[in-house]
Design a protein around this ligand. Structure first.
Ligand code: CA
Length: 233
């Protein structure tokens, strides 16, 4: 269940919004002052969205927004602004808010804004978890389709070769030992010779290097194992 931090000093408005958001299956943490809001935000790591009223008796909602954004780049922030404060919208977005909604607003409108922000946050988070492609000019490794392109040429790799190259690319410019490669690609329970790593590396080089005996990308790192040399600018 997504969680919302609701900062609003007017009790009647706060209760009304809170009640409706709970009905919409959201967990709501209520704060009456900016200080309260920051304390709650600090305590509850599960907050997905902060709804921040701008006009408050202590620190302004913008200040709270700045503080929250400093601590968390991913939380969604919606400012609750008054109609008379058109300039606030710009300032709100400057301080790191994602969206604003002008009072008086309907719950339907607020819920729609929250829903769309939650979808955006979710998409960003899942994109961060699994990037679609690893770009290592002139190579592009597609992690969804498990394919490797060199310039615009598809290179045919076995699943094992793909796993090997993926691991090396993910650790670009860092030497990786044969043991690490074996553990990662074949698993810790694999019983066999380390030579299996070298055999696969040799095969990959034949497929990707212009001159396999003098590799430019998949290089040997003497005394350790292998290294993926990237030429990204
Ligand atoms: Ca207020």
């Amino acid at each position: 269940m997504p969680s919302v931090l609701l900062l609003e000093d007017e009790m009647s408005i706060r209760s009304f919004i809170s009640l409706n958001l709970k009905k919409a299956n959201l967990t709501v943490y209520e704060a009456e002052t900016g200080e309260d809001a920051l304390e709650i935000f600090h305590k509850h790591k599960d907050i997905d969205i902060a709804l921040l009223d701008v006009m408050l008796p202590d620190i302004s909602g913008f200040q709270v927004c700045k503080e929250i954004r400093k601590r968390d780049k991913r939380v969604g922030i919606i400012m609750l602004t008054a109609k008379s404060q058109e300039d606030d919208k710009v300032e709100g977005l400057d301080t790191g808010a994602d969206d604003y909604i002008t009072k008086p607003f309907s719950m339907k409108e607020l819920e729609a804004r929250i829903g769309s922000l939650l979808r955006r946050i979710k998409a960003i988070k899942s994109a961060e978890k699994t990037p679609d492609v690893l770009s290592m000019p002139p190579f592009t490794l597609d992690l969804q389709k498990n394919t490797l392109m060199k310039d615009n040429q598809m290179i045919n790799l076995t699943p094992t070769e793909i796993e090997l190259i993926k691991y090396l690319m993910e650790n670009e410019n860092q030497p990786i030992s044969r043991d690490q490669l074996l553990d990662h690609v074949w698993g810790k329970t694999f019983v066999g010779d380390l030579k299996i790593v070298d055999v696969n590396i040799r095969r990959i080089r034949k497929k990707i290097e212009e001159c396999p005996s003098e590799p430019k990308y998949l290089k040997t790192y003497w005394g350790v194992g292998y290294i993926w040399k990237s030429y990204k600018k």
